[in-house]
Design a protein around this ligand. Structure first.
Ligand code: ADP
Ligand code: MG
Length: 447
């Protein structure tokens, strides 16, 4: 009967987690864990990578011990197995790589923002996974996850992490040749070399790199001619176990790029960077203030973080403006001053914060149904489908625990919500009409 007990204990642990963490955290860390065996004295869990294992033990050891048997050493009785089933695809033979580059500095023209280091990147539940992945790749380039694909919304620290990897490798793997480029930069480079008939030189350069950092790959969409050259460069490097890190505003599957390139990008580790929660935003604000040499009172930090919640760049803009204003006017930082200085940035007042209620209203209007029906139990398609769309939007737009979100839908369970989210997320990739409806709802909510 042990089988059932261990399996059940694990399920109970997950239920506990669902109640205590945000949807993003759950999705990043817990959703992919599988129970391989629960029949012995320890539970065997399959985790997608070592970061998940470390994260669990670092952050939830106490809770794991509360739900699962404990070893004499005090550790929870878990045996972790790292999933080996990386989606392998057969890559074509490497493209002919030219003679080794002329020996020069190993970091030709590496331009990195000096502030974008790992040390200056503040961790919270929404970005811990991606930060560990970035640090993992930086410490063993080409040997862990390749490529590492980082995606998430604007101003959430993708470029920061990319440069963080660059800094780390430059300092700790001095012999490696790194290049960091925006996708626009890559395209411009290509255009220049095509014009100067020096394309071979460019190929030689890219193919001699050990680490390639590519920012904002979404700009490669609908640039067919360039996509192919990028894909060739990419394959050539990957085939030689050279590390590639890519950032994007969408996951690979949602990019309008060739299937070949999408499959390559999904090959390694795809990591999402979410919107930081309130505590993390406060920590970021205080860190940025410290970097700029002033102290931000706790109360003010909370005040700003409560008003600006979906973009770290705006948080930074807020304290820049605030410090400049106070210095110029010789004022103390009070809530009143903050209010005056930042009025524009506070375009979303807290009561306009996106809520399940607003989402339901917006979706009901778009689909011509009633809010009460969406909250109800009707399973007819005309109601159930918009309800799933609303659940999808709630999970995408509100950083709350799945538990709380689902109960706002008239007491649905978190697995209903997760199921709806997955279904709509898949469908939206191919269903143009649905995509438009969702965009409309989003715009509606963000105004
Ligand atoms: P993205 O590339 O995702 O649009 P950036 O990397 O340019 O975003 O980040 C925008 C700004 O926010 C940068 O100044 C960056 O340092 C800051 N930032 C974002 N996330 C964090 C974080 N977790 N800790 C500290 N600063 C952050
Ligand atoms: Mg960026």
């Amino acid at each position: 009967m042990l089988t059932k007990t261990l399996q059940e204990s694990w399920s109970q642990f997950l239920e506990f987690i669902v109640e205590h963490c945000s949807a993003t955290e759950y999705e990043n860390w817990f959703a992919s864990i599988r129970v391989l065996d629960a029949s012995g004295e320890e539970i065997q869990l399959e985790v997608p990578n070592i970061f998940v294992q470390e994260y669990l033990l670092e952050n939830y050891k106490k809770d794991l011990c509360a739900f699962l048997p404990i070893r004499p050493s005090g550790e929870p009785a878990i045996r972790f197995v790292i999933a080996t089933s990386q989606k392998k695809i057969l890559l074509p033979a490497p493209l002919p790589v030219a003679e080794p580059q002329e020996q020069g500095a190993p970091h030709p023209d590496l331009k990195l923002n000096p502030f974008y280091t790992f040390n200056h990147f503040i961790e919270g539940p929404a970005n811990q996974f991606v930060k560990s992945a970035a640090m993992g790749v930086a410490s063993r380039p080409g040997k862990s996850y390749n490529p590492l694909f980082i995606h998430g919304g604007v101003g959430l620290g993708k470029t920061h992490l990319l440069h963080g990897i660059g800094h780390y490798i430059r300092e700790n793997h001095k012999k490696l040749r790194i290049h960091c480029i925006t996708t626009e930069g890559f395209i411009n480079d290509l255009v220049d070399h095509l014009r100067n008939k020096s394309i071979d030189k460019m190929k030689r350069f890219y193919r001699s790199l050990d680490v390639l950092l590519v920012d904002d790959i979404q700009f490669l969409q609908s640039r067919l001619n360039f996509e192919e050259e990028f894909c060739n460069t990419f394959e050539s490097l990957i085939n030689q176990n050279k590390q590639i890190i890519i950032t994007s505003d969408k996951p690979p599957g949602q990019l309008k790029l060739s299937e070949r390139l999408i499959a390559r990008m999904e090959w390694g580790l795809v990591a999402h960077i979410g919107v930081p929660d309130l505590e993390t935003r406060v920590a970021i604000l205080q860190h940025k203030a410290e970097q700029k040499g002033f102290r931000l009172p706790q109360k003010i930090a909370f005040f700003i973080a409560e008003h600006i919640f979906n973009n770290v760049r705006q948080l930074e803009g807020a304290i820049n403006r605030l410090s400049a204003y106070c210095r110029l006017m010789g004022l103390d930082m009070t809530e009143d001053v903050v209010h005056k200085t930042l009025a524009e940035l506070f375009q979303y007042s807290p009561h306009k914060k996106i809520s399940v209620e607003n989402i339901l209203k917006s979706v009901a209007t778009i689909f011509g149904v009633r809010v009460n029906d969406l909250r109800g139990d009707s399973r007819t398609k005309a109601i159930a489908f918009p309800r799933q769309v609303a659940m999808y939007l709630a999970k995408e737009m509100i950083n709350e625990s799945l538990m709380r979100l689902s109960s706002a839908f008239g007491g649905k369970t978190h697995s209903t919500l997760l199921h709806a989210w997955k279904k709509i997320a898949n469908q939206v990739e191919t269903d143009e009409m649905l995509r438009r409806q969702i965009d409309m709802a989003r715009r509606n909510l963000e105004v």
